[in-house]
Design a protein around this ligand. Structure first.
Ligand code: PGA
Length: 372
């Protein structure tokens, strides 16, 4: 699981769009799983702006949405169908015939679930965009939903109805039921792009990563997926030892030369997952660059409850090849959770990769953060 920490909504949109762009570049007829809610709006704004400016085409894309309220008509301002049309589909060149969302007005809702599940099974997403509920839900899979679910009728929790009340006027006016893709179907996507912003999501993000090993936080199901990128702001990353990450980022930034350069992604001294294929294959200007790698010991406690951490540092020199950064290159703080066969889930290391700007490699530093 890879984490990119961003500083603003605009950066969240840009960093998330980078993932979509990579998928589209490799596969112009990609299946993209879309999510609704406030969180993906900066991404959809970026997609619309990019389409207008650069003409990125979605003509061959198939869109599959996660969920829809039961009893809300598609044309209703509160329907997810309308949300997608207003916020994205009407602003790009996607063929409306290629957009798909469960029909919450279907007479036979069970049959609609079966139909949608079949469609999803026949069109596995190349990338699935996800938000996360404050209670850890993904789509409308509420806490304690079983991981093997496919599209089903979900009973919404009071928390979800209250969180989604804007637009309906009051929590009581929010439908009690929704049709939602199941966790099993979400996990069938080749890549998952999870977005989160705001302090209200911090606990859910923490539970997704380090919470109990049960179904209390549905997003924890993503731990078993091999290709998850989480793009989140500092507030949502609050419990992820972000202070330590930020400290390393600042050190790296202040140490960076005037014309910033970056390290080519290569395995650090600490155990690290192999570089993602698409990153290895992507042209230099589209590669999310990585300069620093750090490992944080997981001890199951939120960062703020942890004792002070120590930083051990080793430096390996590598050839330096400088180049000017591309205009739109950004600095993000990135982290990757490493699947380590020898480590139990509780003790699996979190490897933090912290990119800097530029395209060519420079000397790299490996830093290990370890709890005391
Ligand atoms: P939000 O919803 O983006 O509006 O916070 C996310 C979700 O509930 O999945």
């Amino acid at each position: 699981m890879r984490f990119a920490i961003v500083k603003s909504a605009a950066e969240l949109g840009e960093r998330a769009f980078y993932e979509i762009k990579c998928v589209l570049k490799a596969k112009p007829d990609a299946v993209i799983g879309f999510a609704t809610g406030r969180t993906p709006l900066p991404l959809y704004e970026k997609m619309a702006a990019d389409h207008a400016k650069n003409g990125t085409s979605y003509k061959r894309v198939t869109a599959i949405n996660l969920d829809e309220y039961v009893g809300v008509e598609a044309k209703d301002k509160n329907s997810f169908a309308r949300f997608m049309k207003d916020n994205l589909f009407s602003k790009i060149d996607i063929d409306p015939a290629n957009t798909n969302i469960p029909n919450g007005m279907a007479e036979d809702l069970e049959a609609e679930c079966v139909r949608y599940a079949k469609f999803v099974a026949e069109h596995p997403a190349d990338i699935q965009i996800l938000g996360i509920g404050a209670n850890g839900h993904i789509a409308f899979n509420e806490p304690y939903t079983k991981y093997d679910t496919t599209t089903h009728i979900a009973l919404l929790t009071a928390k979800t109805r209250s969180d989604n009340a804007e637009g309906f006027g009051s929590p009581a006016a929010v439908p009690s039921y929704a049709l939602t893709m199941g966790i099993k179907e979400i996990l069938s996507a080749k890549k998952i792009l999870m977005l989160a912003s705001g302090e209200g999501k911090a606990e859910a993000i923490y539970n997704m990563l380090q919470g109990r090993d049960d179904t209390s936080c549905p997003a924890a199901a993503l731990r078993s997926h091999p290709d998850v990128t989480v793009v989140l702001d500092e507030a949502a990353a609050k419990y992820l030892a972000f202070d330590e990450w930020a400290k390393i980022a600042r050190t790296a930034e202040s140490a960076a030369p005037a014309a910033p350069v970056t390290a080519e992604k290569e395995p650090p001294a600490a155990p690290v997952a192999p570089a993602k294929e698409e990153e290895a294959a992507a042209p230099a200007e589209e590669t999310a660059p990585v300069a620093e790698v750090a490992e944080v010991a997981e001890d199951g406690a939120p960062a703020e409850d942890k004792p002070e951490e120590t930083v051990e540092e080793t430096v390996e020199e590598a050839p330096v090849e400088e180049t000017a950064p591309a205009e739109d290159e950004k600095v993000y703080l990135e982290a990757e959770i490493i699947e380590d066969d020898e480590a139990e889930e509780e003790s699996a290391p979190i490897v933090i990769e912290e990119p800097t700007r530029g395209k060519k490699k420079k000397g790299r530093k490996n830093k290990t953060l370890s709890g005391v």
